[in-house]
Ligand binder design. Structure first.
Ligand code: MF3
Ligand code: CO
Length: 280
């Protein structure tokens, strides 16, 4: 998929990506606050679009391979790439919102951020609440692994370890394998691919200046999936619900800074006894 070399970012470039990341964080927070029964996914998309306009940022999803909206909104058995439309959110829905933007920065280029969250509209089914929480837990375990890791394979190992631990306690979730994280920088999608499962190859060596979008997707049943006739929406084949969490993470000399988290990742990293590396 990726043939170009990895783009190592300068401090100044990472700081431009932090500006993009903070806009993405605020946009997703505004969308999240508007998720309630009765709202349409198109209305949520409009909130995201208005936020980016006010911030002077551009959606990096809109127009990407012809994608027609500002964000992706995937509900229940939809895993990723759901297109906002007239669908109304209902009580109990599992709602994943994935969005990003670009802002102008060094080298006359635009610099990108990309992030996703999943919420369950109350009253939540217990299994759905657990699915969303464990997927978020897998994301932070992977981010923490990057902070102290040697090779990119630590991401997939961390996601698998979280899924396995919960599996041993009777919570059976599966990892969607067809969709992966990615490098990000002067484009939304760059090398390397960031797998959410372990492989025999340990992957490229982790180096300061790498910026990665880490984005585990878990399903409550089988991870088998297909794409709907709209050409975008990916659903589980068995109709089981899915969750998706994502952050854009900068690797720095002292650890990581989570560019799409308002607090730089402080709260999520603290669960692993870590703190964000300073950006300046
Ligand atoms: N945000 C997705 C990702 O995390 C990409 C969405 S592609 C789009 O990599 F076309 F839907 F925007
Ligand atoms: Co992404």
């Amino acid at each position: 998929m990726f043939r170009e070399r990895m783009e190592l970012k300068s401090r100044e470039q990472v700081r431009a990506m932090r500006r993009a990341g903070l806009v993405v964080a605020a946009m997703l927070a505004e969308v999240r606050a508007a998720i309630r029964p009765g709202v349409t996914t198109a209305e949520l998309d409009a909130i995201a679009a208005a936020h980016l306009d006010r911030a002077g940022a551009l959606s990096n999803f809109r127009g990407y391979h012809g994608y027609p909206a500002t964000v992706c909104i995937s509900v229940n058995e939809e895993i990723v790439h759901g297109i906002p439309g007239e669908r109304r959110i209902r009580a109990g829905d599992v709602v994943s919102v994935d969005g990003g933007c670009s802002v102008p920065g060094p080298n006359g280029r635009r610099w990108h951020g990309d992030s996703a969250f999943t919420v369950v509209v109350e009253p939540a089914q217990a299994a759905d609440a657990v699915l969303a929480a464990i997927t978020e837990e897998a994301l932070w375990a992977a981010i923490a692994a990057l902070a102290g890791g040697d090779r990119l394979g630590v991401v997939g190992d961390a996601v698998e370890a979280v899924v396995r631990e919960h599996g041993e306690r009777g919570v059976r979730l599966s990892i969607v394998r067809e969709y992966v994280g990615h490098g990000i920088g002067s484009q939304m999608h760059q090398p390397p691919e960031v797998l959410n499962y372990s492989t025999r190859e340990r992957g490229p060596r982790l180096r300061p200046g790498m910026v990665l979008a880490v984005e585990p997707m878990l399903a409550g049943g089988s991870p088998a999936n297909r794409t709907l006739a709209d050409g975008w929406t990916v659903v589980t084949s068995d109709g089981s619900h899915a969750a998706h969490w994502e952050h854009t993470v900068a690797l720095l000399p002292g650890g990581v800074h989570v560019l799409t988290a308002a607090d730089g990742g402080a709260a999520g990293l603290a669960r692993h006894g870590l703190a964000p590396a300073p950006l300046d």
